[in-house]
Ligand binder design. Structure first.
Ligand code: SF4
Length: 345
Protein backbone atom coordinates (compact mmCIF):
# COMPACT_ATOMS: atom_id res chain seq x y z
CA UNK A 1 0.00 0.00 0.00
CA UNK A 2 1.28 3.49 -0.87
CA UNK A 3 2.59 5.34 2.16
CA UNK A 4 1.23 8.80 2.92
CA UNK A 5 3.88 11.46 2.73
CA UNK A 6 4.46 14.86 4.32
CA UNK A 7 7.12 17.55 4.34
CA UNK A 8 8.67 18.64 7.66
CA UNK A 9 10.51 21.84 8.47
CA UNK A 10 13.62 20.56 10.15
CA UNK A 11 15.76 22.96 12.20
CA UNK A 12 18.04 20.35 13.77
CA UNK A 13 16.57 21.30 17.17
CA UNK A 14 14.98 18.78 19.51
CA UNK A 15 11.40 19.83 18.80
CA UNK A 16 11.65 19.33 15.06
CA UNK A 17 13.44 16.00 15.56
CA UNK A 18 10.60 14.80 17.80
CA UNK A 19 7.86 16.11 15.52
CA UNK A 20 9.35 14.07 12.70
CA UNK A 21 9.75 10.96 14.87
CA UNK A 22 6.12 11.17 16.00
CA UNK A 23 4.88 11.31 12.43
CA UNK A 24 7.27 8.61 11.23
CA UNK A 25 5.98 6.39 14.04
CA UNK A 26 2.57 6.56 12.36
CA UNK A 27 4.08 4.93 9.25
CA UNK A 28 4.00 8.21 7.32
CA UNK A 29 6.91 9.07 5.04
CA UNK A 30 8.52 12.37 6.08
CA UNK A 31 10.63 14.59 3.79
CA UNK A 32 12.71 16.85 6.09
CA UNK A 33 13.70 20.26 4.70
CA UNK A 34 16.47 22.22 6.36
CA UNK A 35 16.49 25.91 5.47
CA UNK A 36 20.00 27.36 5.69
CA UNK A 37 21.27 30.95 5.69
CA UNK A 38 24.40 32.57 7.11
CA UNK A 39 22.36 33.31 10.27
CA UNK A 40 21.03 29.86 10.89
CA UNK A 41 22.53 26.78 9.33
CA UNK A 42 25.78 28.41 8.20
CA UNK A 43 27.64 25.12 8.59
CA UNK A 44 25.03 23.35 6.47
CA UNK A 45 25.25 26.10 3.88
CA UNK A 46 29.01 25.68 3.66
CA UNK A 47 28.94 21.90 3.65
CA UNK A 48 25.47 20.44 3.05
CA UNK A 49 26.65 16.87 2.52
CA UNK A 50 28.48 16.72 5.88
CA UNK A 51 25.47 18.21 7.62
CA UNK A 52 23.16 15.66 6.07
CA UNK A 53 25.43 12.77 6.98
CA UNK A 54 25.71 13.83 10.64
CA UNK A 55 21.94 14.15 11.05
CA UNK A 56 21.31 10.86 9.24
CA UNK A 57 23.75 9.19 11.60
CA UNK A 58 22.64 10.82 14.88
CA UNK A 59 18.86 11.00 14.40
CA UNK A 60 18.03 8.89 11.37
CA UNK A 61 16.85 12.12 9.74
CA UNK A 62 18.48 12.94 6.40
CA UNK A 63 17.44 16.49 5.50
CA UNK A 64 17.36 18.24 2.14
CA UNK A 65 19.38 21.41 2.70
CA UNK A 66 17.77 24.42 1.03
CA UNK A 67 19.83 27.56 0.54
CA UNK A 68 17.37 30.14 1.76
CA UNK A 69 19.76 33.10 1.94
CA UNK A 70 18.43 35.33 -0.84
CA UNK A 71 14.77 34.99 0.15
CA UNK A 72 15.70 35.63 3.74
CA UNK A 73 17.67 38.79 2.98
CA UNK A 74 14.53 40.17 1.32
CA UNK A 75 12.54 39.27 4.43
CA UNK A 76 15.05 41.15 6.56
CA UNK A 77 14.66 44.42 4.66
CA UNK A 78 11.13 45.14 5.82
CA UNK A 79 9.34 42.27 7.56
CA UNK A 80 5.57 42.79 7.58
CA UNK A 81 5.29 41.50 11.15
CA UNK A 82 8.34 43.25 12.51
CA UNK A 83 11.32 41.99 14.47
CA UNK A 84 11.67 40.11 17.74
CA UNK A 85 14.12 41.25 20.39
CA UNK A 86 16.92 42.03 17.93
CA UNK A 87 17.00 41.51 14.15
CA UNK A 88 14.98 38.29 14.12
CA UNK A 89 11.89 38.64 11.92
CA UNK A 90 10.47 35.38 13.27
CA UNK A 91 6.89 35.51 12.01
CA UNK A 92 7.87 36.43 8.45
CA UNK A 93 10.74 33.96 8.60
CA UNK A 94 8.33 31.12 9.40
CA UNK A 95 5.82 32.28 6.80
CA UNK A 96 8.52 32.44 4.13
CA UNK A 97 9.85 28.95 4.85
CA UNK A 98 6.38 27.45 4.97
CA UNK A 99 5.45 29.07 1.67
CA UNK A 100 8.54 27.54 0.10
CA UNK A 101 7.65 24.17 1.64
CA UNK A 102 4.10 24.50 0.28
CA UNK A 103 5.49 24.99 -3.23
CA UNK A 104 7.36 21.72 -2.80
CA UNK A 105 4.35 19.64 -1.74
CA UNK A 106 3.64 18.67 -5.33
CA UNK A 107 7.30 18.05 -6.13
CA UNK A 108 7.54 15.53 -3.29
CA UNK A 109 4.03 14.22 -3.73
CA UNK A 110 3.26 15.14 -0.13
CA UNK A 111 -0.10 16.13 1.31
CA UNK A 112 0.68 18.14 4.45
CA UNK A 113 3.43 19.94 6.35
CA UNK A 114 4.79 19.28 9.81
CA UNK A 115 6.73 21.60 12.13
CA UNK A 116 8.17 21.23 15.62
CA UNK A 117 6.42 24.33 16.93
CA UNK A 118 5.19 24.26 20.52
CA UNK A 119 2.41 26.55 21.63
CA UNK A 120 3.75 29.21 24.00
CA UNK A 121 7.37 28.26 23.63
CA UNK A 122 8.69 31.35 21.84
CA UNK A 123 7.53 34.84 22.60
CA UNK A 124 7.21 36.05 19.03
CA UNK A 125 6.33 33.22 16.69
CA UNK A 126 4.77 30.56 18.94
CA UNK A 127 1.94 32.47 20.57
CA UNK A 128 -1.45 31.22 19.45
CA UNK A 129 -2.27 34.38 17.50
CA UNK A 130 1.12 34.32 15.77
CA UNK A 131 0.75 30.63 14.92
CA UNK A 132 -2.65 31.36 13.39
CA UNK A 133 -1.20 34.23 11.35
CA UNK A 134 1.64 32.00 10.16
CA UNK A 135 -0.73 29.23 9.13
CA UNK A 136 -3.03 31.58 7.24
CA UNK A 137 -0.35 33.71 5.57
CA UNK A 138 1.55 30.67 4.35
CA UNK A 139 -1.58 29.30 2.69
CA UNK A 140 -1.53 26.14 4.80
CA UNK A 141 -4.89 26.25 6.50
CA UNK A 142 -5.80 22.70 7.55
CA UNK A 143 -2.60 21.16 6.27
CA UNK A 144 -0.09 22.51 8.79
CA UNK A 145 0.36 19.99 11.58
CA UNK A 146 2.28 20.70 14.77
CA UNK A 147 2.49 17.25 16.36
CA UNK A 148 3.98 18.40 19.69
CA UNK A 149 1.03 20.64 20.52
CA UNK A 150 -1.60 19.35 18.06
CA UNK A 151 -4.13 18.53 20.74
CA UNK A 152 -4.18 22.22 21.69
CA UNK A 153 -4.82 23.22 18.09
CA UNK A 154 -7.66 22.69 15.61
CA UNK A 155 -7.53 19.27 13.97
CA UNK A 156 -6.01 19.33 10.48
CA UNK A 157 -7.23 17.64 7.33
CA UNK A 158 -4.88 14.67 7.78
CA UNK A 159 -6.38 14.01 11.19
CA UNK A 160 -9.95 14.33 9.87
CA UNK A 161 -9.17 11.89 7.08
CA UNK A 162 -7.56 9.40 9.45
CA UNK A 163 -4.15 9.70 7.78
CA UNK A 164 -2.78 10.92 11.10
CA UNK A 165 -3.98 9.45 14.39
CA UNK A 166 -4.78 12.50 16.51
CA UNK A 167 -4.80 10.36 19.65
CA UNK A 168 -1.08 9.79 19.24
CA UNK A 169 -0.30 13.50 18.94
CA UNK A 170 0.68 15.62 21.95
CA UNK A 171 -0.44 18.63 23.93
CA UNK A 172 2.85 20.16 25.04
CA UNK A 173 2.87 23.89 25.79
CA UNK A 174 5.31 26.39 27.21
CA UNK A 175 9.03 26.80 27.43
CA UNK A 176 10.08 23.77 29.49
CA UNK A 177 11.85 20.80 27.91
CA UNK A 178 10.99 18.05 30.36
CA UNK A 179 8.39 16.39 28.13
CA UNK A 180 10.68 16.64 25.12
CA UNK A 181 13.65 15.12 26.95
CA UNK A 182 11.43 12.23 28.06
CA UNK A 183 10.25 11.72 24.48
CA UNK A 184 13.81 11.85 23.18
CA UNK A 185 14.65 8.93 25.47
CA UNK A 186 11.59 7.02 24.25
CA UNK A 187 12.74 7.49 20.67
CA UNK A 188 16.22 6.23 21.57
CA UNK A 189 18.06 9.51 21.05
CA UNK A 190 21.34 9.35 22.98
CA UNK A 191 21.66 11.96 25.73
CA UNK A 192 24.86 13.23 24.12
CA UNK A 193 22.98 13.86 20.88
CA UNK A 194 20.12 15.85 22.38
CA UNK A 195 20.59 19.34 20.93
CA UNK A 196 20.93 22.22 23.39
CA UNK A 197 17.96 24.54 23.60
CA UNK A 198 18.12 28.01 22.15
CA UNK A 199 17.84 27.50 18.42
CA UNK A 200 21.13 29.09 17.43
CA UNK A 201 19.75 31.79 15.15
CA UNK A 202 22.44 34.46 15.09
CA UNK A 203 19.90 37.23 14.57
CA UNK A 204 18.94 36.87 18.21
CA UNK A 205 22.52 37.78 19.16
CA UNK A 206 22.93 41.49 19.89
CA UNK A 207 26.38 41.88 18.34
CA UNK A 208 25.37 40.18 15.10
CA UNK A 209 22.13 42.19 15.05
CA UNK A 210 24.13 45.42 15.29
CA UNK A 211 26.22 44.41 12.31
CA UNK A 212 23.25 43.28 10.22
CA UNK A 213 21.32 46.43 10.96
CA UNK A 214 24.36 48.47 9.94
CA UNK A 215 24.59 46.57 6.63
CA UNK A 216 20.91 47.01 5.85
CA UNK A 217 21.12 50.72 6.63
CA UNK A 218 24.17 51.07 4.43
CA UNK A 219 22.32 49.63 1.47
CA UNK A 220 19.22 51.69 2.28
CA UNK A 221 16.26 50.50 0.20
CA UNK A 222 18.32 48.00 -1.81
CA UNK A 223 18.99 44.49 -0.64
CA UNK A 224 22.58 43.69 0.34
CA UNK A 225 24.00 40.68 -1.45
CA UNK A 226 24.64 37.39 0.33
CA UNK A 227 28.35 38.24 0.19
CA UNK A 228 27.77 41.43 2.18
CA UNK A 229 25.60 39.64 4.72
CA UNK A 230 28.08 36.79 5.20
CA UNK A 231 30.60 39.28 6.52
CA UNK A 232 28.25 40.04 9.41
CA UNK A 233 28.41 36.59 10.96
CA UNK A 234 32.14 36.21 11.36
CA UNK A 235 35.04 38.25 12.72
CA UNK A 236 35.52 41.85 13.87
CA UNK A 237 33.98 44.32 11.51
CA UNK A 238 35.17 47.80 10.59
CA UNK A 239 33.56 50.41 8.34
CA UNK A 240 36.21 52.15 6.24
CA UNK A 241 33.86 54.35 4.22
CA UNK A 242 30.23 54.37 2.99
CA UNK A 243 30.83 51.51 0.62
CA UNK A 244 33.73 49.63 2.19
CA UNK A 245 33.86 47.22 5.09
CA UNK A 246 36.74 45.24 6.55
CA UNK A 247 36.54 42.03 8.56
CA UNK A 248 39.30 40.49 10.69
CA UNK A 249 39.13 36.83 11.77
CA UNK A 250 39.32 36.35 15.55
CA UNK A 251 40.69 32.82 15.60
CA UNK A 252 41.82 29.90 13.46
CA UNK A 253 38.28 28.71 12.87
CA UNK A 254 37.25 32.13 11.57
CA UNK A 255 40.36 32.18 9.37
CA UNK A 256 38.99 29.04 7.71
CA UNK A 257 35.50 30.48 7.34
CA UNK A 258 36.83 33.68 5.77
CA UNK A 259 39.15 31.71 3.48
CA UNK A 260 36.05 30.10 1.98
CA UNK A 261 34.61 33.50 1.08
CA UNK A 262 36.29 33.79 -2.30
CA UNK A 263 33.44 35.82 -3.72
CA UNK A 264 33.32 38.58 -6.33
CA UNK A 265 34.32 41.87 -4.69
CA UNK A 266 36.17 40.38 -1.72
CA UNK A 267 39.88 41.13 -1.32
CA UNK A 268 41.93 39.12 1.19
CA UNK A 269 44.68 40.61 3.33
CA UNK A 270 47.21 39.03 5.66
CA UNK A 271 50.45 40.10 7.28
CA UNK A 272 53.38 38.46 5.47
CA UNK A 273 55.56 35.90 7.16
CA UNK A 274 53.94 35.67 10.59
CA UNK A 275 50.85 33.91 11.97
CA UNK A 276 47.83 36.15 12.27
CA UNK A 277 44.33 36.79 11.12
CA UNK A 278 43.07 36.47 7.60
CA UNK A 279 41.06 39.59 6.73
CA UNK A 280 38.56 40.54 4.03
CA UNK A 281 38.12 43.96 2.48
CA UNK A 282 34.89 44.45 0.57
CA UNK A 283 34.03 47.61 -1.34
CA UNK A 284 36.60 50.12 -2.64
CA UNK A 285 39.98 48.38 -2.69
CA UNK A 286 41.86 51.65 -3.31
CA UNK A 287 45.28 52.55 -1.93
CA UNK A 288 43.90 54.46 1.06
CA UNK A 289 41.58 51.65 2.13
CA UNK A 290 44.22 48.98 1.58
CA UNK A 291 46.63 50.92 3.80
CA UNK A 292 44.13 51.30 6.62
CA UNK A 293 42.99 47.70 6.28
CA UNK A 294 46.49 46.31 6.40
CA UNK A 295 47.20 48.47 9.46
CA UNK A 296 44.16 47.03 11.23
CA UNK A 297 45.24 43.54 10.20
CA UNK A 298 48.66 44.23 11.75
CA UNK A 299 47.02 45.47 14.97
CA UNK A 300 45.09 42.22 15.52
CA UNK A 301 47.89 39.77 14.76
CA UNK A 302 51.27 38.78 16.12
CA UNK A 303 52.74 41.82 14.36
CA UNK A 304 51.21 44.12 16.95
CA UNK A 305 53.96 46.09 18.63
CA UNK A 306 56.27 46.09 15.59
CA UNK A 307 56.98 49.26 13.68
CA UNK A 308 55.10 47.96 10.67
CA UNK A 309 55.36 44.95 8.37
CA UNK A 310 54.44 44.01 4.85
CA UNK A 311 50.95 42.73 4.13
CA UNK A 312 49.96 40.52 1.24
CA UNK A 313 46.66 40.98 -0.54
CA UNK A 314 44.70 39.56 -3.45
CA UNK A 315 41.42 38.00 -4.56
CA UNK A 316 42.51 34.46 -3.66
CA UNK A 317 43.41 33.82 0.00
CA UNK A 318 45.78 31.05 -1.05
CA UNK A 319 47.63 33.13 -3.65
CA UNK A 320 48.02 36.68 -2.41
CA UNK A 321 50.79 38.24 -4.49
CA UNK A 322 50.31 41.99 -4.05
CA UNK A 323 52.33 43.66 -1.30
CA UNK A 324 51.56 46.75 0.76
CA UNK A 325 53.25 48.22 3.79
CA UNK A 326 51.08 47.69 6.87
CA UNK A 327 51.70 50.68 9.09
CA UNK A 328 50.91 50.95 12.76
CA UNK A 329 47.47 52.44 13.38
CA UNK A 330 46.56 53.74 16.84
CA UNK A 331 44.09 51.56 18.77
CA UNK A 332 41.78 54.50 19.20
CA UNK A 333 41.53 54.94 15.42
CA UNK A 334 40.78 51.20 14.94
CA UNK A 335 38.03 51.41 17.55
CA UNK A 336 36.45 54.39 15.85
CA UNK A 337 36.04 52.37 12.68
CA UNK A 338 34.40 49.47 14.46
CA UNK A 339 30.67 49.00 14.11
CA UNK A 340 28.73 50.92 16.69
CA UNK A 341 25.03 50.91 16.11
CA UNK A 342 22.29 50.94 18.69
CA UNK A 343 19.76 48.13 18.82
CA UNK A 344 17.30 48.04 21.72
CA UNK A 345 18.15 45.80 24.68
S1 SF4 B 1 14.85 32.79 15.50
FE1 SF4 B 1 15.76 33.15 13.47
S2 SF4 B 1 15.45 31.21 12.36
FE2 SF4 B 1 14.07 31.20 14.12
S3 SF4 B 1 12.15 31.97 13.33
FE3 SF4 B 1 13.29 33.71 14.20
S4 SF4 B 1 14.40 34.61 12.47
FE4 SF4 B 1 13.73 32.55 11.84
Amino acid sequence: MKKERCIALYSGGLDSILAIKIIQSQAIDVIPLYFATPFFGFKALRNPEDFKMIHCHEYGICPHVIDYTDDFINTLINPAHGFGKYMNPCIDCRIGMLKRARELLEVFNASFIVTGEVLGQRPMSQRRDAMDIIEKASGLRDILLRPLCAKRMRATRGEHLGIVDREKLLDITGRGRKAQIYLAELFGIKAAHIPASGGGCMLTNKQIAIKVKGTINRFMSQAPTRYDIMLDVVGRKFILDDSTVFVVARNEQENEVLADMKYPGNVFIKIAGIPGPLCVLRGEANQANLEIASGICLRYGKGKGTKGLNALWGADPHQMREVINARVIPDEYCRRLQIDFDVPD
